[in-house]
Write a protein that binds this ligand. Sequence first.
Ligand SMILES: NC(=O)c1ccc[n+]([C@@H]2O[C@H](COP(=O)([O-])OP(=O)(O)OC[C@H]3O[C@@H](n4cnc5c(N)ncnc54)[C@H](O)[C@@H]3O)[C@@H](O)[C@H]2O)c1
Length: 332
Amino acid sequence: MADPVGLLLVGCGRISAAHLGALAGLEGEIRLAGVADADQGARHRAAAAHAVPAFADLDEALAMPGVDAVLIASPNALHAAQAAAALAAGKHVLVEKPLAETGAEASALADLAQARGLVLAAGHTFRHNEAVAELVRRMPQWGALHAVEVSACVFWDGPQAPWWAARTPAEGLILSLFAPHSLDFVQLVMGQDDPLRVHAETARWQSGWRAEDEAMILLRYPGRRMASIHISYNQRSVFDRKVLHFARGVAEIADGEFLTWNGEVLVSPPPGIIDDARRMGGRRLDHFFRQQLRAFVAAIRGQPNLCPTGRDAARLIDLLDRVKAAARDSMG
Ligand SMILES: NC(=O)c1ccc[n+]([C@@H]2O[C@H](COP(=O)([O-])OP(=O)(O)OC[C@H]3O[C@@H](n4cnc5c(N)ncnc54)[C@H](O)[C@@H]3O)[C@@H](O)[C@H]2O)c1
């Protein structure tokens, strides 16, 4: 039995709690070796809670014995440079989405990882649920995929961090923060093809921020396939659906957890996962983060990498740039 993978966590903010929580139950596979954060309070809180060393300096943290892999959960603008430093130090890397700010940066990281034989994975957490995994396994039996409809509508009562309020329409709010999850799903089911055409319309309903909080995206793929995505931060009754039209019928993923095929339930969540799917916080998400860490460890151990790679991430970032450009054009 191999030793557990030693993990350095970089960035101990909001989302780090989900990753640290996910480590519980994976003791034989992965263990926290240390944490790094520029903020003294954040790094000391995380270090004290898990009895591991805390670092202000990334290079010092990377030099610590027992670090095999790095999980980067810092602000987006730091991802590419920190991932490059970790790969250069010979560490496997899991990076919170987005992997980098540009597709070119993500591709460069993919090259670096490949040259060094290291795992580079992008943290598109929602691929790692049983409903999505089973859909991907069964899709080949269902005939040609014609169309995909994704609705991901939630409610945020104003900015969840001060910088949300400062995002400009050009930088994008919901298109930058939330659209990547839905786009990653569409890219997953569309395979290696990128869309031929991209359309987008956006709107803003809330006054607590400057950029768009509602969007509709329409994608045309090769082979007559189409996808629509509706994302919202304004829906108090949370609505989360993925509907896929195949030649032989309709597959649907409801609330991220229930997979049906022509109405027959194929996957449903274990008890305790969904309390009230219509309510923000009414679903437990920690199992997705645990599955993601499990997939990362499996890839480190030489099994196929089920996480999106640097190349997938580069394609997704390029697609997101096209969506934002289409949204700007639509506002004309
Ligand atoms: N997978 C998901 O569903 C999901 C959900 C939320 C956020 N995210 C992603 O996670 C990342 C972090 O988001 P968050 O909401 O936790 O942000 P956050 O601002 O709460 O946390 C970021 C942390 O990074 C620290 N930091 C800043 N500079 C640093 C440096 N130079 N070195 C190390 N640490 C530094 C900050 O002090 C802070 O503690 C973002 O990239 C975001 O897109 C993913």
